[in-house]
Every structure is written in structure tokens, then in C-alpha cells.
Design a protein around this ligand. Structure first.
Ligand SMILES: [Mn+2]
Length: 465
């Protein structure tokens, strides 16, 4: 499969900017290899490294590149297919033909890469590389750099990480087109889930169809689907559990499109036709929190503050329901909201569903002066820094009634000023609720990405009827 690429100038321009920002040295970007599942030739679906895709657009295994900041040179390393391989895969463009649309004119066999690096290292040149997240790339780096695998992590280039984060954080107009395509496929998956759910079905029966929609959209799932009637477990995927009338189902799923841009949405809906009174009351609390967070998005605001605002809205709603008490701001400052909202409000999204998470949350979501909290709840917030036009973020507050956690908090007499434990305990079998949308930060506020999908309880019930 030949995947789509942006215009040549876009890749050349991105690399030019990267060279300027990194300043000097050799930038080594590694593509991914095929990955074996249960024996060598039975492979996971190939997924290229996202930074490699961003700077080269070449969606094939077995590639790596050197970007020479001192001599303004870009070289792609890889191997043309042998006849033995062509028999199985069919003819493929040559390496030079693959590199040309990325604006790269110099290509070399993969084995040349180590030979190029050795004299550069001996000559004292800086080799900038990213943190590897796949074992084969870790081992290759170890060999090329002549250091133990355990020492590779310590040598990653913070300058390169920061330069890439600076570029990839701001989505260009042509990237937004791709993301919206992925979000629209994602919305189609959710529509199918909401309309297709029936009491008596298993979670897996409903989840299976969603992957088909993602693949039909030209790509695949952006991440393993979460589809469960036990939404209080934050990353509960799906299984043989039969969905029964009276439960709420959470579906958190997304597609990536042919160019590997992601969509990521969540909807919560009744397995029966209607929300119960209590379910609707809790749903509306999450909805008002989600809407308040969306309304707060604008350049300059700290995402950490948007997270706090969303948490305050949850507490405010639960206070009206008698489950929490006291001042919502004080409750959130004390951490009492973590009894029901244990995760972060959202994350960046782009070529990765958690965009650039491989580069390190401290660089993607935080800054040199804004550091991540180590406290429960807050430590799961992937993004905290000030928003800028061009950021794409998810907004996904939720309420999660986790019996083990409420029992522990109660036993420890935690947050007694803010939580009515008898009322909270009555919700121990409720499950969970999450609502998630993808938004682009604009010059003045934000814009919802993709076609709107049913979100209020009434709109969802209409689809269930
Ligand atoms: Mn998400």
C-alpha cells in the first residue's frame, strides 16, 4: 500500500526548520521495523514512527535518516527489495523513488548508516537522537553509538526533543484536514456503537464492528477500543461481558486515517433506550463540566487551569446531588475530586492519539518552569502548559465510581469536609461516565473538529429509540 503524502516542500520546510532549531550536529531519526506477533513472519500491522512520518512522510519499514545540521544535508537509509521479497509483496518503488516526494535526493543502503555515524562520533560531532520505544531501535542505537542499551536513554537529545515538540505541537491547515477526516471516521464509529447497542450483546460484539469502520476509513484504529459497561475502570477495553439493560456503556475509541492522523472520542449511552433519572443526573454533570472546559479554551490559558475548572464543575454538580459538599474550588485544591475524577482532562492529539508521548510528557505537556505534580489524580494530567493557536486537544472529563477507591478514602477519613460518604457509597455500582471531543485552539477560542455528534442525554436517547 502506498500511502498519501503532503507536498514535497512541506517535508523539506519542516527539516529546514529543524536544522535551524537544533543548530549543529547530526540528527538521527529512526523509522520503525515490522514487528512480530507470535512468530517471525506473523506481523502486527506496520506503524511508522510519527516523527519520521512528520519529517519524511515515508510509510515503510526499515528506514532511518540523517539530517546534517552543519552541512545542510538529508540522507535516507534503507534497502531496495530483493526478488525473494518481491515474490511475496509485489513490486515496490525503489528507495530513491520513495524519498523523492519527501524532497530527499540522497539515499543509501541501510548498512551505510552505522559506517557514517562511526567517524562522526570519533570526530566529536553531536549525534542527536530521540528516546527509542521499540527494543530493536534501542539495540541499533546501542550498537551504532557504542554504548550499553541501558545508557541509551541517558544520551537522548533534549534539544532535538524540544525542537520537534515545538513544530509538531502547532498543527498546520493541511494537518487539520487530515485530523478532521480521522475524527469524522471516529464519529461514524460512535454513531454505530450508540445505534447498534442491544441488551444481551457482549461488549466485544459491539466493539468488533467499530474496527471495521476504522479500516474502511482508510486507516485503522488509533488505539485499542474501550467499550464497556464497567466504565469506572478507566482503561477497561472490552470482553465477553453481556451488556444488560440498566447499565451505561462507555465507548472511547478512535480511528487514524490513511496518513496516520488520529481521532479520539468518547460517548456514554444507556444499554436500554433511556437513561434512568440518576444516570441522567450524573450524565448532565459530566456534560456541563465538558462544556465549561470547551468554553474556556483559548490561547494563553493553562490547560492545568482548564482541568481544575472541569473538576470544579464536577464537584459543583455532585454537591447539588448531595454527594459532595463545601466550596468546589477548595475541594479541588484539596484533591477531593479525585474520589470521582482520577485522570487528566485531556491531551494533545495529532499523528499520535497521545501526541508525542514517546518524546516525554515533561516536554510535550509541561515546561521548564511548569512541572508535573506527583499527587494522585494530578499526576495523570498529560497536558498542563499554556495553549497556543494550532494546538489540537481532547476534552474528556468523567465521573468514575470506583468501589475500591471510595472504600479506601473512607477508611482513611480523607476529604471528610467535601465528601458525603453515605451518598457516594450508594453509587458504588453505578459505573462510569466520560464524554470526549477533539478541539482545535484558534486565535480567539476553539473549534470543534469533525462533524458534531449527539452529545446531550436527549440527543443520545433519540439515537437509541
Ligand atoms: Mn483521549
Amino acid at each position: 500500500m502506498n500511502s498519501a503524502m503532503f507536498a514535497k516542500d512541506i517535508y523539506a520546510g519542516r527539516r529546514q526548520r529543524l536544522k535551524q532549531q537544533v543548530g549543529k550536529g547530526l540528527i538521527l531519526l529512526m523509522g520503525n521495523e515490522e514487528s512480530s506477533m507470535n512468530y517471525r513472519d506473523n506481523l502486527y500491522p506496520f506503524r511508522q514512527d510519527s516523527s519520521f512520518l512528520y519529517f519524511f512522510g515515508m510509510d515503510k519499514p526499515g528506514l532511518a535518516a540523517l539530517i546534517d545540521a552543519d552541512n545542510d544535508k538529508d540522507i535516507v537509509f534503507g534497502d531496495d527489495l530483493t526478488m525473494d521479497q518481491i515474490v511475496w509483496t509485489g513490486p515496490q518503488p525503489s528507495l530513491a523513488e520513495q524519498a523523492a516526494p519527501a524532497g530527499v535526493t540522497e539515499t543509501m543502503p541501510y548498512a551505510e548508516l552505522g559506517k557514517r555515524l562511526a567517524p562522526a562520533i570519533a570526530g566529536g560531532r553531536t549525534i542527536h537522537y530521540l528516546p527509542p520505544y521499540r527494543p530493536e531501535n534501542l539495540l541499533k542505537l546501542s550498537e551504532w553509538l557504542g554504548i550499553a542499551p541501558s545508557a541509551v536513554k541517558g544520551g537522548v537529545s533534549v534539544g532535538l526533543i524540544k525542537a520537534i515538540v515545538a513544530q509538531r505541537s502547532i498543527k498546520s491547515a493541511e494537518e487539520i484536514v487530515q485530523i478532521e477526516e480521522a475524527v469524522n471516521t471516529t464519529a461514524a464509529m460512535h454513531l454505530a456503537a450508540i445505534k447498534g447497542a442491544k441488551a444481551g450483546m457482549t461488549e466485544a460484539q459491539l466493539a468488533g464492528g467499530l474496527q471495521g469502520i476504522a479500516i474502511s476509513g482508510g486507516g485503522n484504529l488509533a488505539f485499542p477500543t474501550i467499550l464497556t459497561v464497567n466504565g469506572q475502570v478507566l482503561h477497561n477495553h472490552y470482553g465477553p461481558t453481556v451488556m444488560r439493560e440498566g447499565r451505561l456503556a462507555i465507548c472511547d475509541s478512535g480511528a487514524e486515517n490513511a496518513m496516520h492522523y488520529a481521532g479520539d472520542m468518547t460517548r456514554t449511552f444507556p444499554v436500554g433506550k433511556k437513561f434512568t433519572t440518576l444516570q441522567r443526573e450524573m450524565y448532565d454533570i459530566v456534560l456541563s463540566s465538558q462544556q465549561a472546559a470547551v468554553d474556556a479554551l483559548r490561547p494563553g490559558i493553562l490547560f492545568r487551569d482548564v482541568h481544575a475548572l472541569a473538576a470544579e464543575k464536577l464537584v459543583e454538580g455532585l454537591k447539588a446531588a448531595g454527594v459532595m459538599k463545601g466550596d468546589p474550588k477548595e475541594a479541588v485544591a484539596a484533591g477531593a475530586h479525585t474520589a470521582v475524577f482520577q485522570c487528566g482532562l485531556g491531551h494533545m492529539m495529532g499523528l499520535d492519539v497521545h501526541d508525542m508521548e514517546d518524546l516525554g510528557e515533561e516536554y510535550v505537556g509541561y515546561t521548564d518552569t511548569l512541572k508535573k505534580s506527583k499527587e494522585f489524580g494530578w499526576k495523570s494530567l498529560r497536558l498542563a502548559r499554556a495553549l497556543e493557536p494550532g494546538f489540537v486537544v481532547t476534552i474528556e472529563p468523567g465521573l468514575y465510581f470506583i468501589p475500591e477507591l471510595m472504600d479506601q478514602y473512607r477508611a482513611e477519613k480523607k476529604y471528610m469536609d467535601f465528601i458525603n460518604y453515605d451518598k457516594l457509597n450508594a453509587l458504588r455500582d453505578f459505573g462510569g461516565i466520560r464524554i470526549e471531543e477533539d478541539l482545535l485552539v484558534t486565535d480567539s477560542g476553539s473549534r470543534l473538529l469533525g462533524k458534531p455528534l449527539a452529545k446531550t442525554a436527549t440527543e443520545i436517547e433519540l439515537l437509541r429509540s
